[in-house]
Design a protein around this ligand. Structure first.
Ligand code: SAH
Length: 256
C-alpha cells in the first residue's frame, strides 16, 4: 500500500519533470561521457527499485547491463527519470516506462524467445530484449526514421548487446512499424513504443498464441494496453496505466 502510494506520487513528479525536460533539454549538444556512467546507471536502477517501479530482479539486472547513457542524446541528463528528445519529434522513453514495459513482458522474453520492438527509436529497449532472450532468441526493432535506425545501430554497438547485432539475433529494420515485421513472426513479445489510435490488426496477427503485446493506445489521453493472445487464438486486452507517448503514425505526419 505504502509502496504503491509512493510509486504513484513518484510517477506524478516524474511526469512533471518529463514535461519540463521535453521543452528545455537541448537536442544536439556536444558528446560527453563521464567515467562514472556505470555508477550513475546503477544509481538510477536502485532509485527505481527504491520507489517500487522495478520489482523484478531480472529487469534490474538487464537495466544495469544496458547503460542508458549509451542511448540518451549526448549532453542530456541521461540518468534522470524522464523522457528526452532525440530529434525527429521522437523521445527516448523515461526509465520508469522502460522498466514497466520490461516487467510486463518479462515472462515473454525468456531465453530463446522472439520479440518485436515497434518504434525502436534509440534502440534502448531493443538492446534490453536481446539480453533477455539471448543468442538463441531473436529480436527485431522496427523504426521508420532512417537517421534513428542509424543512431540506434551506433548506440547498440557501444552497448553490452553489440554481439547480438553482430551475430544477427538482433536487427533493426527501416519500415512502417504499423505493419510489424511479418518475416520473423510469430513473436512471443511485441512492444510498441509509440501510441496507436487503435491496436493494429497486423500486430495482433503477428503475436504467437500465449504471447503478449504492450502498446500505448489513444490520442490526447492514452492507456498502456496489455494484449494477451490466448492459446486458443482469442485475445484479452486490459489497461495497465495512463501514459503519454509520441504517436505511431506515418513518416510524413511525424515530420510535419
Ligand atoms: N522505445 C523507444 C521509443 C522511441 S519514441 C526509445 O525509448 O528510444 C517512438 C518511436 O516510434 C520514434 O522513434 C518514432 O520515430 C517511431 N515511430 C512512430 N511511428 C512509427 C511507425 N509507423 N513505424 C515505425 N516507427 C515509428
Amino acid at each position: 500500500m505504502f509502496s504503491s502510494l509512493l510509486a504513484s506520487s513518484y510517477m506524478g513528479l516524474a511526469t512533471i519533470i518529463s514535461v519540463i525536460t521535453m521543452f528545455f533539454v537541448p537536442q544536439h549538444s556536444q558528446h560527453f561521457r563521464s567515467r562514472g556512467s556505470i555508477d550513475k546507471n546503477k544509481a538510477l536502477v536502485e532509485h527505481l527499485q527504491y520507489y517500487g517501479i522495478i520489482k523484478s530482479g531480472k529487469v534490474a539486472e538487464v537495466m544495469d547491463v544496458i547503460d542508458r547513457g549509451e542511448f540518451a542524446p549526448s549532453g542530456c541528463p541521461a540518468y534522470d527519470d524522464s523522457p528526452m528528445p532525440i530529434g525527429y519529434n521522437a523521445t527516448i522513453s523515461a526509465p520508469h516506462m522502460h522498466a514497466t514495459c520490461l516487467q510486463l513482458l518479462e515472462e515473454h522474453l525468456q531465453p530463446g524467445m522472439r520479440a518485436l520492438d515497434v518504434g525502436s527509436g534509440t534502440g534502448y529497449l531493443t538492446a534490453c530484449f536481446a539480453i533477455m532472450v539471448g543468442a538463441q532468441g531473436l529480436v527485431v526493432g522496427v523504426e521508420h526514421i532512417p537517421q534513428l535506425v542509424a543512431l540506434s545501430i551506433e548506440n547498440i554497438n557501444k552497448s553490452s548487446a553489440a554481439a547480438f547485432l553482430k551475430e544477427g539475433s538482433l536487427s533493426i529494420k527501416l519500415a512502417d512499424g504499423q505493419l510489424g515485421w511479418p518475416d520473423s513472426a510469430p513473436y512471443d513479445a511485441i512492444h510498441v513504443g509509440a501510441a496507436a489510435r487503435e491496436i493494429p490488426q497486423s500486430l495482433i496477427d503477428q503475436l504467437k498464441p500465449g504471447g503478449r503485446m504492450v502498446i500505448p493506445v489513444g490520442d490526447l489521453f492514452q492507456d498502456l494496453k496489455v494484449v494477451d493472445k490466448n492459446l486458443d487464438g482469442s485475445v484479452s486486452i486490459r489497461s495497465e496505466m495512463s501514459v503519454r507517448y509520441v504517436p505511431l503514425t506515418s513518416l510524413e505526419a511525424q515530420l510535419s
